[in-house]
Design a protein around this ligand. Structure first.
Ligand SMILES: Cc1cc2nc3c(=O)[nH]c(=O)nc-3n(C[C@H](O)[C@H](O)[C@H](O)COP(=O)(O)OP(=O)(O)OC[C@H]3O[C@@H](n4cnc5c(N)ncnc54)[C@H](O)[C@@H]3O)c2cc1C
Length: 370
């Protein structure tokens, strides 16, 4: 298999593809057809629900540009001094999970006398001239609604939802562009496994096309402080789907049974018992880079750009396939724009493919533990 991979890689290097037309072209050009098939194709098609030939090459450029077969082999042989970030095996992580970052921000805001409304949804944004003048809020616990007058709006509402929440509604071509942009949904199926040290990885990407599960996260290996005890391990199985798909509607018992069956099938679970589980459905988790998305996004950017006190941030808010770091960075830069208007162009964050995974990092200091 290794020989096949290397030969197919060399073939791809001998006959380079000048302008990859889609994701499949891009990956085959960079890694060879064999690696594309066994490492990228199954996972990618599960994630996006469309053939790799219909996914924009931009997506690959943004997400995996820094990784190369040469780097991976050098890493495996222990030859590289700096490391590509996607190949590191140590990193720092908040003890109780990444939510701690936001809890800390909340603490800081409250200490500064700011208000933070949780469980509150913005259901309408009223505009006048070039400003957003009022926001309609709905309390998700008691259903009560109020209006507030913001000086600035930094929105992480999914872009397509934001556009449809504007009062007055935008012109028809803008609404049509918003309807054209599509997100993919995630269904998280958590299984509580009776047992510990199931496997050493933080997460595993499941390329096997005979199962639907696309990624499995083992929280025990992120931070043991997140575990209730040492006898049980929570595993999270990720499934992706669209709103109309049966998976999105499937009852919880069915999803729990599916995840258990699939983990046994691929050997991540052997004899261990499952003592419980639950399902979390997350709508609009992945902006889909396909079709006319660039043109549609440009229409929305142009239209929303007229509002001087509105900034769009985050993966969903700006329809940008960010990770958490870039989403946080957009929020921080947006805050600086409030203090010093025009300091940063948020659209430039993570847009030049200068993605974290291609940055070389120095070897981790010895004191950083897993
Ligand atoms: C299962 C899973 C695993 C992931 N793992 C990683 C990982 O390991 N590393 C990594 O870097 N990234 C990871 N990501 C991606 C990361 O979570 C996102 O990129 C990041 O959270 C995006 O930040 P954001 O601010 O855009 O969105 P969010 O963090 O989702 O914040 C958006 C906020 O806006 C709020 N909101 C939306 N609409 C409204 C409204 N109308 N009114 C009021 N509030 C609203 C939401 O409630 C939410 O709090 C993962 C994502 C998922 C789903």
């Amino acid at each position: 298999e290794s020989l096949r991979i290397v030969l197919s890689y060399l073939w791809a290097q001998l006959i380079p593809r000048p302008a990859p037309r889609n994701f499949a072209d891009w990956v085959k050009g960079k890694f060879g057809a064999r690696l594309f098939q066994i490492f990228f194709e199954g996972y990618t098609e599960k994630l996006w629900g469309i053939p790799c030939t219909e996914i924009s090459a931009d997506w690959a450029a943004r997400r995996i540009k820094g990784l190369s077969l040469g780097e991976a082999i050098r890493k495996a042989l222990g030859w590289n001094r700096g490391l590509v970030k996607s190949l590191i095996d140590q990193f720092q992580f908040p003890r109780l999970g990444s939510g701690q970052l936001y809890e800390k921000m909340q603490e800081f805001l409250l200490a500064e006398g700011q208000k933070v409304w949780l469980n509150t949804e913005v259901i309408a944004l009223r505009h006048e001239g070039s400003r957003i003048v009022k926001l309609q809020l709905r309390n998700l616990q008691d259903g009560s609604e109020t209006w507030v007058s913001p000086s600035h709006v930094i929105s992480s509402i999914p872009l397509t939802v934001l556009v449809q929440s504007l009062q007055e509604l935008p012109p028809p071509e803008v609404l049509q562009a918003a309807r054209n942009l599509k997100f993919r949904n995630t269904v998280l199926v958590y299984l509580i496994v009776e047992g510990s040290q199931l496997f050493p990885d933080n997460w595993l990407y499941i390329n096997d096309p005979t199962v639907q599960v696309g990624r499995v996260t083992n929280f025990a290996n992120w931070s043991p402080a997140m575990l209730p005890n040492r006898e049980q391990t929570p595993l999270c199985c990720e499934y992706w789907c669209n709103f109309g798909d049966p998976l999105w509607q499937a009852p919880e018992e069915q999803l729990l049974a599916l995840a258990e069956r699939e983990l046994r099938q691929i050997g991540l679970l052997q004899g261990q018992k499952i003592s419980g589980g639950f399902v979390v459905r997350l709508p609009r988790t992945y902006p889909i880079y396909t079709g006319s998305y660039k043109e549609d996004l440009a229409i929305l950017r142009r239209y929303l750009g007229q509002f001087e006190n509105l900034q769009l941030v985050g993966r969903y808010g700006s329809f940008k396939y960010n990770n958490q770091d870039h989403s946080l960075l957009m929020g921080l830069l947006a805050a600086e724009n409030v203090l010093r208007p025009g300091s940063h162009d948020l659209w430039q964050v993570n847009s030049d493919s200068d993605y974290q995974e291609e940055i070389k990092v120095p070897p981790a200091p010895a004191k950083v533990r897993r």
